[in-house]
Design a protein around this ligand. Sequence first.
Ligand code: IPE
Ligand code: IPE
Ligand code: MG
Length: 243
Amino acid sequence: MEQGRVSTAPVLAAADTTIPRHVAIIMDGNGRWAKRRHLPRAAGHKAGVDAVRRVTRAARAMGIEALTLYAFSSENWRRPEEEVGELMKLLRFFIRSDLAELARENVRLRVIGDYRAFSPDLVALIDDAIARTAANSGPLLVIALNYGAQAELAAAARRLAARLPAERIDEAAIEAELDTADLPPLDLVIRTSGEQRLSNFLLWQAAYAELLFVDTLWPDFDAEALADAVAVFGRRQRRYGGL
Ligand code: IPE
Ligand code: IPE
Ligand code: MG
């Protein structure tokens, strides 16, 4: 799909070409993808990285302003140490292999979540990647690393309580303390692999986001699948409690 900005689209096609500003994806199903092929789970995660590359390119081509990818939840530490290690290795690999392209494509890389709990060399690599794309003006690629919405909200509450009297803690104050404070409002959450839950992802931000659960396993998700999801989004009617 080409850049489908509403402003340039024919009026009658507007409903089909509404591009969400901010899409978040719960990239699930790597393990099952591998299992079906009698491969180790790590092979599924590796194929998942290829999907990340495809989908971030597709999102850029479609004019999506912000793409947030759930890569490692604060609960994923519960997995065997070996698998956690594999995921960290792939994260390192992805940053090393793809940072140049992202920088060239004017992408701004961001991270939400407590990634400082990762090993110091990985933290340094992530910080460097963020710094090297910070002056870009193009789309945002936001990776959720050691992210949990409940921890994010608790941390925001602690900071606000230390700074503000109780009566001044309102929705706007909370929102401004979240990791996502300067991102566009969340429009669409996609979860792959058929699971229908949020798994502690963007709980506050998803208040009025459209939710889409697809059966495709993450390593099979591609540009066409993203275009299909965006088309479904375009047909949804958002009411925000009004009429
Ligand atoms: C998603 O795939 C990747 C991460 C959570 C890091 P899974 O590893 O959860 O795959 P399934 O759910 O076991 O198939
Ligand atoms: C959610 O997937 C986290 C990520 C995609 C990073 P999980 O596979 O960890 O979620 P649950 O455990 O099935 O809820
Ligand atoms: Mg899973």
